[in-house]
Design a protein around this ligand. Sequence first.
Ligand SMILES: *[C@@H]1O[C@H](CO)[C@@H](O)[C@H](O)[C@H]1NC(C)=O
Ligand SMILES: *[C@@H]1O[C@H](CO)[C@@H](O)[C@H](O)[C@H]1NC(C)=O
Ligand SMILES: *[C@@H]1O[C@H](CO)[C@@H](O)[C@H](O)[C@H]1NC(C)=O
Length: 374
Amino acid sequence: MNLALVFLIIIINNLRLFAKGTEDANAAAGLGASFIFGDSLVDAGNNNYLPTLSRANIPPNGIDFKPSGGNPTGRYTNGRTIGDIVGEELGQPHYAVPFLAPNSTGKVILHGVNYASGGGGIMNATGRIFINRLSIEIQVDYFNITRKQIEQLLGEKQARDYIMRKSIFSVTIGSNDFLNNYLLPVLSIGARVSQTPDSFINDLITHLKAQLTRLYQLDARKFIVGNVGPIGCIPYQKTINRLNEDECVALPNKLANQYNERLKGLIAELNKNLPGATFVHANVYDLVMEIITNYEKYGFTTASRACCGNGGQFAGIIPCGPQSSMCSDRDKHVFWDPYHPSEAANIIVAKQLVDGDTKYISPMNLRQLRDLGL
Ligand SMILES: *[C@@H]1O[C@H](CO)[C@@H](O)[C@H](O)[C@H]1NC(C)=O
Ligand SMILES: *[C@@H]1O[C@H](CO)[C@@H](O)[C@H](O)[C@H]1NC(C)=O
Ligand SMILES: *[C@@H]1O[C@H](CO)[C@@H](O)[C@H](O)[C@H]1NC(C)=O
């Protein structure tokens, strides 16, 4: 072989190695994967594959979601969810893929999997009115499957290291345990028939603790757990209770606060008792309440009217769908539909979680959590 050619081959190979080195360095700098557990606030399409009444794969949901060209994807908002935006901000190469999507196989799972399900809750019975949804327990069962797939892709030791150090586990759940369980009218299937708030909330905390502990047993170490937002201020609650613009329904907010107090205790306890784990607490309640109370400061024109929906003074009764009326200024509404924030509101929340201070995210923010132990 001609000597020049040999040199050329050596140079090309070195260039390749160099390129691969920078790729690895980029991967080391950003977040490896996010594994997303939760409800419709972060569902990225799982319910599309379930026989369920809780669905968002109908227009105009997703109208501002660029990767789909504005087509619905199963996200319960006009654009990106908080989970999508957080992943982007932390340098994840693509959004976590829905576990139930048939093409969520092979290497794509290495950048994260989303198990969240509209209507899902901490308790198995939550969301029964939708016929089907994934409760947190089933979501953790599914992660156990993903865990084995990652092992097959990376090998046992590398998989463990990747999950422990390069992955963030986010848990956004609890709203449905109140809205679609405890607070349902007595004649239906809500737990209120038989339980005091204290006893119900105690069950929630016990069950959530068991599921977070299971994730830890599967090598999860970096967690973010959100508390329940001001569910008494969503257009649905305000509409059915015939409130004024600046009022919120007392009971749902009271229950949320009661649960949130217990959740804070649980997170402190897990930080103390599970060696090597870091649980970050996201104070979604105070953050969303701040946006609702001072909506004008954040560039919104309303924090009470749903952009997409119908019925009552806040368009808060009938969920968003092709027959709904839709506002023209979507990023001027805190709420996209009767239940869910708009992308504009999600962006504000996500940025606080990633780079905010301990008022809303403690003991550290997600950028610090990502870089922990690297
Ligand atoms: C899976 O299929 C959906 C729907 O066709 C598509 O939008 C998505 O990009 C695909 N995902 C992957 C990881 O290929
Ligand atoms: C919840 O559902 C799962 C999956 O169907 C089941 O294995 C589990 O026993 C149930 N838990 C409770 C507390 O009912
Ligand atoms: C994960 O699945 C295996 C069976 O494949 C089971 O033995 C193990 O208990 C499961 N782990 C958790 C935490 O559920």
